[in-house]
Design a protein around this ligand. Structure first.
Ligand code: ADP
Ligand code: MG
Length: 245
């Protein structure tokens, strides 16, 4: 069971950003995708999720052997792929619980009874230590950075995808919020998911242990290694892996 990216090239606004990336993400394993700002990490994530602006010009994506390169974002989600955004959207008029129920119904492809859903939601919120009052609030409106990230992990734990790509789940969080978010990720991680943790800091990797680390730079993987690579990067920065600095 794996998510494979084979020689992927991605263009955004007419410019090639991802320049031939090959990587494999296995179920049950956590891979950290690191790299300085502007390396193309979010571009790769959005292309994997099927964002229409991020055009795959070459290569393919296989999800458990199935070619999803040309599938819609919706179909990718139904096949078990989940992306948490670097910048979660705020939606006035839609409360968190309505949003989560419709997203779960969409992924499962069937209606879910309101009472059943609320029972499930209550369980998951308790598991992740999220207060009940959030259910009624408009999605992400007025939420702190840390709260938005935790709501994404709540969505993740409800959807139970096979593969989850978490884009800068650590960005903008103070240490306490980071710990809460990481605890939440570690809880859902137990469900045998494949996790791709995108980050440009090592600090999240203190809380969530990666099995493998890739460094992306200028649209290419320039270095791969085990978790010790993340420690090396913390000590020395990305210099030395980038080739041109
Ligand atoms: P990272 O997530 O590693 O910081 P990004 O994938 O966000 O990097 O950005 C990589 C490059 O792609 C940057 O030069 C960025 O300006 C460009 N890029 C990303 N998204 C867009 C977009 N929607 N329109 C134009 N350029 C984009
Ligand atoms: Mg990014």
């Amino acid at each position: 069971m794996k998510l494979e990216i084979i020689d992927l090239r991605v263009e955004v606004a007419g410019k090639e950003i991802i320049k031939g990336v090959t990587a494999t993400f296995e179920k049950g394993k956590t891979v950290a995708l690191m790299g300085p700002n502007g390396s193309g990490k979010s571009t790769l994530a959005l292309a994997l999720a099927g964002h229409p602006k991020y055009k795959i010009t070459k290569g393919k994506i296989l999800l458990d052997g199935k070619d999803i390169t040309k599938e819609t974002p919706d179909s990718r989600a139904k096949n078990g792929l989940f992306l948490s955004f670097q910048h979660p959207q705020e939606i006035t008029g839609v409360n968190l619980s309505t949003f989560l129920r419709s997203s779960l119904q969409n992924v499962k492809g069937k209606k879910i009874d309101v009472m059943d859903f609320h029972k499930l939601l209550k369980e998951k919120m308790a598991e992740l230590g999220i207060e009940e009052q959030f259910k009624q609030r408009y999605l992400n409106v007025g939420f702190s950075g840390g709260e938005k990230k935790r709501m994404e992990i709540l969505q993740l734990s409800l959807l139970e995808p096979k593969y989850a790509i978490l884009d800068e789940t650590d960005s903008g969080l103070d240490v306490d919020s980071l710990r809460l978010v990481c605890d939440a990720v570690n809880k859902v991680k137990k469900k045998d998911m494949g996790i791709v943790l995108i980050t440009h800091y090592n600090r999240i990797l203190k809380f969530i242990q990666p099995d493998q680390v890739h460094v992306l730079y200028k649209g290419k993987i320039v270095k791969s290694g085990g978790k010790e690579l993340a420690h090396e990067i913390e000590e020395n920065g990305f210099k030395g892996y980038l080739g041109d600095e």
